[in-house]
Design a protein around this ligand. Structure first.
Ligand code: ATP
Ligand code: MG
Length: 369
C-alpha cells in the first residue's frame, strides 16, 4: 500500500451566520490515491467549495483532519501545502503577457530566471500555447485564457491540483473540448486532481471516482459506473442521469432480490441498493432508468406492463415517451429512434418491457437527508 495523496478524516465545517449555525460540511471522509481524478458533485450549497477550500488551506476545518501525502496538514498554511488551485474566475493579470502570467508564481517563489523560462515554456507547451507566450490576455479566446490559467498552476508542479468549476464561464462546445484536454493532461502528468462541478455529465466523463454530496454530507463515493448503476440513495439515483422512481411496498425478498407488485398488478423482481436485505413490507422506491425500458405495440404481450402513451417527443437519436400506468403512476422511457418503425402515438396502448436486471429497489428511509 502506497501512501494516499490525500485523506479527509471526518472533516466538518461549521459557519455561524448571525444566529444561524450552518454545518456546511458534515463528517466527510475520503481517501484519494496518487494520480486519481476525483470530482465533487452535488447541488448548489452542498459544501463542495468549502471542502475544497479546506483542502487548500484557505479555510480551517471545525472538526476532523486533513492529510496530504501522509502528513497532517490540518493546521498548515495554504502556501506550505504544495497545492495548485484553479478557480471558477481564473482572472489572469490583464497588464501582463502570457509569459509573465505563468511566471508569476515561480518569481514570487524566488526561482532562478533560467529555470523560470524553462518551466514556463514547458507548461505552455503542455497546454498547447507555446506560440502565444508574448500575447496579452485580451488577445486570447476564453478557452485559451483558461489554458493559461492551467499552465500557471502546472508550472508550480503541484502535487495536488484543485479545480473549482473551472469551465463554467466557457461556452458549451469549449467546455466539452476542455474536459478532454484537462483529463488528458492530468493523466499524462499523473497529477492527483480534485475537480468540483455541479454538472453530472462533466463528473461522469472526467472522473475516476465521484463523491456525491448533499447538504454537507457524503451521499456516495464510487466510480461513474458504480454511481450510475448502483446508486445507494434515491437522491443519487435522481441526481445522476434520469430515474423513474415508483414508490411501493416490497412483498418479499430472496437470493439478493426483492419483489413487489407494480401499478397494473405485475410482479417485478429486482436488485436492492447495496445488496441490502429488504424485509417484506418495506417502503421503497423502484428505480428504473428511462433507457432501460422498451415498448411493444401489443399491450398484452407476455412479460410487459400495459400503459397508455401520454406524450411522445422525437429528439433525433431517440424518442422520449411519457407513459401512464394508471393510479397516478407515470414512467419516462427513452427509446432509440428507428426510422423503419412507427412511433407510438399519444393515446396508444403499449406494452412496457422493463430490463429487470437494471431495476433497483432503494428503501425510502435509507440516508435521506
Ligand atoms: N464564509 C461563509 N460564511 C457563512 N456561510 C458560508 C460561508 N461559505 C459558505 N457558506 C455556506 O455553506 C454552505 C456550502 O457552501 P459551498 O460554497 O461550499 O457550496 P457549493 O457546494 O460550493 O455550492 P455551489 O455549487 O453553489 O458553488 C452554503 O449553505 C453556504 O451558504
Ligand atoms: Mg461552489
Amino acid at each position: 500500500m502506497t501512501t494516499p495523496a490525500l485523506e479527509l478524516q471526518h472533516v466538518a465545517k461549521v459557519f455561524r451566520k448571525d444566529r444561524d449555525i450552518v454545518r456546511a460540511v458534515d463528517d466527510v471522509t475520503l481517501v484519494v490515491e496518487k494520480g486519481e481524478f476525483i470530482t465533487f458533485l452535488g447541488p448548489s450549497g452542498c459544501g463542495k467549495t468549502t471542502t475544497l477550500r479546506m483542502i487548500a488551506g484557505f479555510e480551517l476545518p471545525t472538526e476532523g483532519r486533513i492529510l496530504i501525502g501522509g502528513r497532517d496538514m490540518t493546521n498548515i498554511p495554504a502556501n506550505k501545502r504544495g497545492i495548485g488551485f484553479v478557480f471558477q474566475n481564473y482572472a489572469l493579470f490583464p497588464h501582463m503577457s502570457v509569459f509573465h502570467n505563468v511566471a508569476y508564481g515561480l518569481k514570487s517563489r524566488g526561482e532562478d530566471p533560467g529555470r523560470i523560462r524553462e518551466k514556463v515554456g514547458n507548461a505552455l507547451e503542455l497546454v498547447g500555447l507555446a506560440q502565444a507566450v508574448h500575447r496579452y490576455p485580451n488577445q486570447l479566446s476564453g478557452g485559451e485564457q483558461q489554458r493559461v490559467a492551467l499552465a500557471r498552476v502546472l508550472a508550480l508542479e503541484p502535487s495536488l491540483l484543485l479545480m473549482d468549476e473551472p469551465l463554467s464561464n466557457l461556452d458549451a462546445k469549449l467546455r466539452l473540448h476542455m474536459r478532454t484536454e484537462i483529463r488528458r493532461l492530468q493523466k499524462r502528468l499523473g497529477i492527483t486532481c480534485i475537480y468540483v462541478t455541479h454538472d453530472q455529465a462533466e463528473a461522469l466523463t472526467m472522473a475516476d471516482r465521484i463523491m456525491v454530496m448533499q447538504k454537507g454530507k457524503v451521499e456516495q463515493i464510487g466510480t461513474p459506473q458504480e454511481i450510475y448503476n448502483h446508486p445507494r440513495t434515491l437522491f443519487v439515483a435522481d441526481f445522476i442521469g434520469q430515474a423513474n422512481a415508483i414508490r411501493l411496498r416490497t412483498s418479499g425478498y430472496a437470493d439478493g432480490k426483492a419483489w413487489a407488485k407494480v401499478p397494473g398488478g405485475w410482479q417485478l423482481a429486482a436488485r436492492t441498493s447495496g445488496g441490502t436485505i429488504l424485509e417484506k413490507g418495506t417502503e421503497a422506491a423502484l428505480v428504473i432508468r428511462p433507457e432501460r425500458i422498451r415498448l411493444e405495440a401489443d399491450a398484452q404481450a407476455a412479460g410487459t406492463l400495459a400503459a397508455t402513451v401520454a406524450a411522445a417527443t422525437f429528439v433525433g437519436s431517440h424518442v422520449e415517451y411519457e407513459l401512464d400506468l394508471g393510479e397516478g403512476n407515470t414512467l419516462k422511457a427513452t427509446v432509440p429512434y428507428d426510422p423503419n418503425a412507427r412511433l407510438h402515438q399519444e393515446g396508444a396502448r403499449v406494452g412496457v418491457r422493463i430490463d429487470q436486471e437494471s431495476a433497483l429497489f432503494i428503501p425510502i428511509e435509507a440516508k435521506q437527508g
